[in-house]
Design a protein around this ligand. Structure first.
Ligand code: NAD
Length: 316
């Protein structure tokens, strides 16, 4: 078998594939040349991340393809049902990046409560001339320990985020219309474990009780958080969106910050990616990252391992 990893593949995936006698081509072929390359090189497996598009026309043009693999969760760039209807196996690695996203949520939360995103901008500009003034403006920091984290969406990433929260002494509450309860086991470095069972509660209760809200829902037609939901939150709450652009109403978010309902927000994903609204980018109460939730070396290694295992199992 021959694999084309068009958006890259970590060594943890390449090594086991090659060991199993499967050739791996690590090359990024331009979208318009992809069909010809796949056919000329007799590629059986096309691996992509989010950059390469695997649409109906490509699938039709490459009858030799046996597997399409997506390193990561979202399959928006692949016509999955059409590929399946043509007998192509479609695989992904849904769990590989959950902990990476969870840690990014906490990078934002820890940063937010001590104004790090703002301090990191102002220290280089004024740190040597206005040190005491800056010190004063960041003096009302807060701790996360003892606070309540409200999770909207309690699937893989929601639960991974809950574990990090529990580990630092936060209370966790969650809403998920399809999950009533989750049993979470925290694993410590020395083999000790601690287990928690968290029963989900209503969305309204989560919004009312949480000091911080973090969203972990799939893309949907309607906003999960808009003006009405901001109106239900605790005054001064924080909110993080590392799920999908479009699950928070960004106009309502800016208004909620201006009205003091939300003290701080963090966004890793945006409604108008890859050109987020300037009102968000320039807002000093928003901690920002460019959709990097899953982008850790560890997640890439797990993605490589999981894809390789699935391809080897198929070829056996
Ligand atoms: N920032 C990043 O780089 C990054 C990386 C990976 C995944 N994600 C995104 O994170 C999100 C969650 O991923 P996951 O792997 O945990 O998915 P998952 O399918 O395991 O969990 C999603 C959960 O959301 C629940 N849900 C659906 N609609 C809901 C609603 N309106 N309110 C509350 N809960 C609702 C579902 O029942 C499900 O349990 C997805 O949108 C995914 O695309 C982002």
């Amino acid at each position: 078998m021959k694999v084309l990893a068009n958006d890259g593949l970590s060594a943890s995936g390449v090594k086991p594939l090659e060991k199993a006698g499967i050739q791996v081509i690590l090359k990024t072929v331009a979208q318009e040349q992809l069909a010809d390359f796949i056919n000329e090189n007799k590629v059986d497996v096309l691996l992509v991340r989010s950059a390469t598009k695997v649409r109906k026309d490509l699938i039709d043009a490459c009858p030799g393809l046996k597997i399409i693999g997506r390193g990561g969760v979202g399959m928006d760039n692949i016509d999955v049902e059409y590929a399946k209807s043509k007998g192509i196996k479609v695989i992904n690695t849904p769990a590989a990046s959950s902990h990476s996203v969870a840690e990014l949520v906490f990078a934002h939360l820890f940063g937010m409560v001590r104004f790090l995103h703002d301090a990191n901008q102002n220290m280089p500009l004024m740190g040597d001339t206005h040190f005491n003034q800056l010190k004063k403006s960041y003096e009302k920091g807060a701790e996360l320990k003892g606070k309540t984290l409200g999770l909207l969406g309690f699937g893989r990433i929601g639960q991974a985020t809950a574990k990090v929260a529990l580990g630092i002494g936060m209370k966790v509450i969650a809403y998920d219309p399809f999950i009533d309860s989750a049993h979470l086991t925290l694993d410590f470095y020395d083999g000790q474990t601690v287990s928690f069972t968290i029963d989900t509660i209503s969305k309204e209760e989560v919004l009312k009780q949480a000091d911080f809200i973090s969203l972990h829902v799939p893309a949907q037609k309607e906003y999960v958080i808009s003006t009405k939901e901001f109106g239900m939150m605790k005054k001064g709450a924080g909110i993080v969106n590392a799920a999908r652009g479009g699950v928070i109403d960004e106009v309502a978010l800016v208004k909620a910050i201006e009205d003091g309902i939300i003290s701080n927000a963090a966004l890793d994903v945006f409604e108008s990616e890859p050109a987020p609204e300037i009102q968000l980018l320039m807002n000093k109460n928003i901690s920002l990252t460019p959709h990097i939730g899953a982008a850790t070396l560890e997640a890439q290694d797990r993605i490589g391992e999981e894809l390789a295992a699935q391809i080897i199992a198929y070829s056996a």
